[in-house]
Design a protein around this ligand. Sequence first.
Ligand SMILES: Cc1ncc(COP(=O)(O)O)c(C=O)c1O
Length: 420
Amino acid sequence: MSRAAQHAGKPALITDIASLRADFPALHQLVHGKPLAYLDNAASSQQPRAVLEAAALQQRLNHANVHRGVHDLSERSTAAYEGARAKVCRFINAARVEEIVFTRGTTEAINLVAASLGRQRLSPGDEVLITWMEHHSNIVPWQLICEQTGAKLVVVPITDAGELDRKAFSRLLTARTKIVAVTYVSNALGTVNPIADLVAEAHGAGAVVLVDAAQAVPHLRVDVRALDCDFLAFSGHKMFGPTGIGALYGKHALLDAMPPYQGGGEMILTVSFAETTYNALPYKFEAGTPNITGAVGLGAAIDYLERIDFSALGSYEHALLGHATERLLAEIPGARVIGTARDKASVLSFVIDGIHAHDLGTIVDREGVAIRTGHHCAMPVMERFGVAATARASFAFYNDRSDVDRLMAGLKRAVELFRG
Ligand SMILES: Cc1ncc(COP(=O)(O)O)c(C=O)c1O
């Protein structure tokens, strides 16, 4: 069932930015004596009161270990933890709750698949196909498993606009390609990739596909069954939830056939020194005590997101990004946008001639404007565009034109300081 259908008969979805903004305590503070303009959402978004309160309640009254207890607190904790799993399942439209594995975040989810599936499927002569626009967490785990198995990492180039070179993807996808790992939305460029197309083509070649959805879930409606991806990874802290929690979606048959990733408590059925048997999904992949409070917070973030109209807010964010891009190019001399794909989400990455990105970040911070500067854990992207670093303003639905005004004022101040 799509998210729109799930909302049938429920209260009207919220699209009022001012009222949404009021839900986020962190947005209403002074930084260096100025009202905060928070434009670092691609790194971590802020949390609404409902998430903070759900996590606090879990800690205050329900704190106990999950699954193993028969006492009331443990049962409450287990219900809250498993309830959060059901919410994640519904949020991305997975077919079964067993297909949702809680992880520390996107990074751990990708490492899990690379280590477990990679060990199972890759041999010398096989290839893993990634793209030039991946975050380091969708590069390095594949490098590690390729080193261990003798498989080869193949990288699809990107165009000058920061779009995937679609023809190169088709050319590099061959019978040797066993795994394709691709980002849905680039954190460094904002590019939105045509994931459903890529998945269909990769499946046609017999490859299994992992989608890095870290930057997609806060902005787009992600439906794993419509995409038909085999795995999908995302993080709570980029979708208005807490840090230290995220999820891996995997198709049941694939997860079921994969060897465990980590060993320990919870992931076993029986242990003897002669032999260990493993627990059913998803517990086989959740060794040790999980981040129960994090999962509860993530569940509350999903409840929050399901009250708002994603498609209306997607268009709103898109318009805000367009407005910020136009103003940057019109008003800031020497500004250049890195990443000009036709389909972009949330991210405005840029450089200004003669001013290092870190200096820009520091100067606008003094004006209360939070942006990120550096390589954004995407060094190959920086290399591709011939820059050491960019400044990145990234938007969420709670940002508005006043945040863009503040960013522009901060950048003008930087230009004045550097150029006199
Ligand atoms: C596209 C993308 N993938 C993966 C990650 C890693 O996420 P995490 O650090 O939450 O594991 C990020 C974080 O910036 C990202 O933007």
